[in-house]
Design a protein. Structure first.
Length: 329
């Protein structure tokens, strides 16, 4: 383990792990076209999981809140987006501009719902239990159960079909390589969100105040800033990102059930843990590794596909107990 750490540190640190994983998979898979298809699929899955996990990592890292109800925002985002797309189904085949408008409205509706739900969740449920992790776990688990019942009451228990815009259907064929357009779109969106988050947290006055408030809340309040408002904004942003991730995953699956959030939450927690609690760049790294591993293992050893994420998490935590890129406070 020491030699591996020294080698990675010499050549670029843990950021090289996805490249190393891809290189090993290339040798094992043997067929370049299959490898490219699986790699694109893994990256797209990783980016969508990153959208869901970044909100949880943001809330924990900046606010020290363990929100086990996070998956409710994922589910609601998926169902809200699916509802908007179904209502605008005639737009989806009506040309590039109408289809783009329908997709934009669906994603914006999911984000808006996430913002509103995050405001309610933080104000009513989270605020009374700040700095008490046990009560946070209990009360957010209770809120998750209630949220799942609301989804069942509104949308029912039968699977809901999610239509896609026509311009995101199909695949780009380059030689023997097939790359789904929707997956490429997911990769681009995930990278754009990551860049936006890094700029917000590291290059803006608001980001500076948020990080200062986490380090020394009393000092920031003494300077006249309303730290509670900043934390509400952070929680709303995290909820909106989860809803956006749920909306993108709904389009990826094209058929969703009320269990979607709960199923994805396992993967989300794995990503946050192996990336390093509270680290946005660690979350991105963890999501990419999880996405690539799931697709490579699913192709090479299908029987191990379900256990691959747990095995990956155990291996990484045995090597780096704090995760790949833990937040530094």
């Amino acid at each position: 383990m020491t030699n591996l750490s020294e080698t990675l540190g010499r050549w670029g640190g843990v950021n090289l792990l996805p490249l190393a994983l891809a290189a090993v998979a290339f040798v094992l898979i043997g067929a370049p076209s299959s490898w490219v298809t699986l790699t694109v699929a893994g990256l797209s899955m990783g980016m969508m999981v990153f959208l869901m996990a970044s909100g949880l990592s943001l809330v924990f890292g900046l606010m020290d809140v363990l929100n086990f109800g996070h998956s409710a925002f994922i589910s609601f985002g998926a169902f809200v987006a699916a509802t908007v797309l179904a209502a605008l189904s005639t737009w989806l085949d009506g040309g590039w501009m109408l289809a783009s408008a329908a997709l934009a409205l669906a994603l914006l509706a999911a984000i808006a719902f996430g913002l509103a739900a995050g405001l309610f969740f933080e104000t009513v449920i989270i605020r009374p239990v700040y700095r008490d992790h046990l009560r946070q776990i209990l009360i957010t688990m209770g809120a998750l159960i209630v949220s799942e019942q609301i989804i069942l009451a509104v949308w029912g228990g039968t699977p809901v079909s999610v239509p896609r815009p026509a311009f995101l259907e199909g695949a780009w064929i380059v030689g023997d390589v097939s790359m789904e357009i929707y997956r490429l779109f997911a990769v681009a969106l995930g990278l754009a969100v990551f860049a936006g988050l890094m700029v917000l947290l590291n290059r803006t006055r608001i980001g500076l105040l948020i990080r200062a408030g986490v380090e020394n809340r009393e000092m920031v309040e003494a300077l006249g800033f309303k730290i509670n408002r900043l934390f509400i904004g952070v929680f709303m942003l995290g909820s909106a990102l989860a809803a956006l991730g749920g909306a993108m995953w709904a389009g990826y699956e094209t058929l969703i059930t009320p269990a979607l959030g709960g199923e994805m939450m396992i993967v989300v927690f794995i990503v946050v843990i192996i990336g390093g609690l509270g680290s946005i760049d660690g979350t991105l790294l963890g999501a990419i590794i999880v996405g690539l591993t799931a697709n490579y293992i699913g192709y090479l050893a299908p029987k191990l596909a379900l256990a691959s994420n747990m095995i990956l998490m155990m291996a990484i935590l045995m090597w780096r107990p704090s995760g790949l890129r833990p937040a530094v406070k």
